[in-house]
Design a protein around this ligand. Structure first.
Ligand SMILES: [Zn+2]
Length: 414
């Protein structure tokens, strides 16, 4: 059992501390962990005698994954662009021709709420099948008042109607919508729509906890990002930011200045950016699924970030354009094997659980297996935790529990 007990968030050497227990047991009461420890001890607790017993047969038990960066709600895949990319078109070239995020915006605006909800619901069941028990979800494929609010309302409904916990982020500043492009003052008009209308409405309706901006070439400048994130902050939405993915814009320094909860992507960070993150409480969230899917060779410098003392997290970035995966174990595999990343299996697991929980401001409730925390648990059909990233492209998740209730169980042949 990987308890991950102890201090959160984890930096440097502490990122390798899994708090492993052998021959152990967990007692769950009303969805909360009541006791955890040696099996001989937990099983003799008076309360344990009457409890329903689940024997996981010596498999590896760990906290459910916390996927702290997803674009859950979208209308369709972008498989047509996948082929263009294989043929040599870059992500930015496709975006300039109206593909990319704007392609997803067109599809989302045309989709019904029912269709969007059905697609997201199916995805959530799949997330559970790979051991994820909490995820962050961003708006950002609507980019007008009605569509952005529609996405956030759907996230709220889904959060109430199915077991995986959804933490909402407002990403109205994903890219500039088509109707504002090529227009004098278009950017300023859209930024005003976000800061004066949408952010106050999202905050008043408690539709999101966080406000995010895609700060990059072809998206929003550092200056506009600052205005948007500060408006979010003023309205009680904590900042997160898409930073230094395609180009270095200085978004990381902005994130640190604003005390952002998380700074995500980071493929193009400078040494000074790494130092700034290391000195801050802003989580460096790495999304290697993106670089893998786009066939890029530049991953984020995980080793340098960890060695400098930054709080590193891992997430899928589940989205139809650059990272169509819901598998956190696959992300762990990439984090362990790809150049520049080279995280150890233990570091990758910590990054995908307790540190991700910290970036969502939920490290007191989830992310480790300790008394008083939610019984959010993943069980993997492996003998050694290192086999979780070692196997790739196959699903070794055997059982997932949310607040003590099974939400996934692998079908067995017998
Ligand atoms: Zn993203």
């Amino acid at each position: 059992m990987l308890t991950l007990r102890g201090r959160a968030p984890r930096r440097g050497k502490a990122l390798s501390d899994l708090g492993i227990l052998r021959n152990s047991a967990l007692l769950i009461r009303d969805g909360v962990i009541a006791a955890v420890g040696a099996r001989s001890k937990v099983e003799t607790l008076p309360e344990a005698r009457a409890a329903e017993k689940v024997d996981v047969g010596g498999r590896v038990v760990l906290p459910g994954f916390v996927d702290s960066h997803t674009h859950l709600i979208h209308a369709a895949s972008r498989a047509e662009e996948y082929e263009l990319k294989i043929a040599g078109a870059s992500y930015e070239e496709i975006a300039r021709k109206g593909g990319g995020i704007l392609n997803s915006v067109k599809k989302l605006r045309a989709a019904t709420s029912e269709a969007l909800k059905k697609r997201a619901g199916a995805a959530l069941r799949e997330f559970a099948a790979y051991g994820t028990t909490t995820l962050e979800a961003k708006s950002g494929y609507g980019l007008d008042v009605a569509s952005e609010l529609k996405i956030l309302r759907l996230q709220r409904e889904l959060n109430l109607e199915q077991p995986i916990e959804i933490v909402s982020t407002f990403l109205g500043a994903h890219v500039l919508p088509a109707e504002y492009r090529g227009k004098a003052g278009g950017v300023q008009q859209y930024v005003a729509l976000l800061t004066e209308r949408l952010i106050p409405e999202v905050a008043a309706g408690k539709l999101a906890e966080f406000c995010d901006v895609f700060c990059d070439r072809g998206a929003f400048s550092r200056k506009d990002s600052k205005v948007i994130l500060e408006a979010g902050k003023k309205n009680g939405l904590f900042p997160r930011i898409h930073a230094e993915q395609l180009t270095r814009t200085g978004a990381t320094q902005l994130a640190v200045q604003l005390g952002a909860a998380s700074c995500d992507h980071l493929e193009q960070v400078s040494k000074a950016d790494v130092r700034a993150l290391a000195k801050s409480n802003t989580v460096a969230t790495l999304l290697p699924g993106c670089d893998f899917h786009l066939g890029l060779k530049q991953y984020a410098p995980a080793r340098a970030l960890i060695d400098a003392g930054a709080i590193v997290a891992l997430a899928t970035d589940y989205n139809p354009g650059t990272s169509p995966t819901l598998s956190m174990p696959m992300i762990l595999s990439l984090a362990c094997t790809q150049l520049q990343l080279r995280m150890t299996p233990a570091e990758a697991i910590v990054a995908a659980t307790i540190n991700a929980a910290y970036s969502l401001r939920r490290d007191r409730q989830i992310g480790s297996l300790e008394a008083g925390k939610q019984a959010d648990i993943a069980v993997f059909d492996v003998e050694d935790y290192r086999e979780i990233p070692y196997y790739f492209g196959v699903n070794k998740c055997w059982m997932t529990l949310k607040k003590g209730q099974p939400i996934f169980q692998k079908a067995t042949r017998e």
